[in-house]
Design a protein around this ligand. Structure first.
Ligand SMILES: Nc1nc2c(ncn2[C@@H]2O[C@H](COP(=O)(O)OP(=O)(O)OP(=O)(O)O)[C@@H](O)[C@H]2O)c(=O)[nH]1
Ligand SMILES: [Mg+2]
Length: 238
């Protein structure tokens, strides 16, 4: 709860055993009222670890994709009447203590959708591979051109928004089931004239390169991130 506004944070997770417990337990309470892990058909200890760390776990029996998992979380927050919904990485790459900055921007600053940015002044990225820097920077330039709005970190998964803003948006489309949903949310927030801002946050990558940090497959999943802005801009999708 921040100044009387309830907050739920959704962590989509696929086989994040060894990481999800820490990601959940670092989330500050009582700032956050509900931590919701959406376990998307994991075959490891993700659900048990998340529960033991104090999360509410919503389970998909089989893998449906990160977008489908986030959608499940958003629907849950809408049903519960939660004021502010956040999304964070289930692989422990964000700093939950920075959530308060996002809440301030909404409750004190009057914004409706707040996107975390590792590239704003005071934002940080630790151990980030060069390939990630090139891709996330390049993507954000393209995103800024098509939305006519300067966005420095359009692929950052750390965000907080007023739950109500997307109640009427067509989120249930199956083409949004994987990596498409998150950029879709940002694009729609801008296109529909919501008050959108970025705030500086930190993104962590494991210093040891042998520890996996991503479920993304090159090309296939990058196309999934790119396609919402292209297809919405040329109005092939809505
Ligand atoms: N529920 C669900 N979560 C997924 C799926 N694929 C990935 N995730 C989760 O989404 C979160 C982010 O996924 P990553 O692939 O690491 O992508 P990212 O952290 O946004 O970006 P990078 O680490 O820079 O690649 C993690 O918590 C993953 O477990 C999926 O199919 N279903
Ligand atoms: Mg990751």
């Amino acid at each position: 709860m921040y100044k009387g506004q309830s907050i739920a944070v959704i962590l989509p997770a696929l086989n994040e055993g060894g990481k999800i417990g820490r990601a959940v337990s670092r989330i500050p309470r009582p700032l956050v009222d509900d931590v919701v892990v959406v376990d998307d058909g994991s075959s490891d200890t993700t659900a048990a670890e998340a529960e033991a760390a104090g999360a509410r776990v919503l389970r998909h029996a089989t893998n449906r994709g990160v977008g489908a998992a986030i959608r499940t979380g958003i629907e849950w927050a809408q049903e519960q009447g939660i004021a502010l919904t956040g999304i964070m990485a289930g692989d422990d790459q964000d700093d939950p203590n920075e959530l308060v900055r996002l809440a301030e921007a909404i409750v004190d600053g009057g914004y409706q959708f707040v996107q975390g940015s590792r590239y704003l002044p005071h934002g940080r990225r630790l151990n980030q591979p060069l390939s990630r820097t090139l891709m996330t920077r390049g993507y954000s330039v393209l995103f800024s051109i098509v939305t006519l709005r300067r966005i420095t970190d359009a692929t950052n998964g750390f965000k907080l928004f007023r739950t109500e803003i997307c109640r009427e948006w067509p989120l249930k489309q199956s083409w949004l089931d994987r990596y498409e949903l998150e950029p879709y949310l940002l694009y729609e927030a801008i296109r529909r004239g919501c008050k959108v801002c970025e705030v500086p946050v930190t993104k962590y990558y494991p210093p040891d390169r042998s520890v996996g940090y991503t479920k993304m497959k090159a090309y296939r999943d990058w196309w999934r991130i790119v396609r919402p802005m292209l297809l919405l801009t040329v109005r092939i999708k809505h």
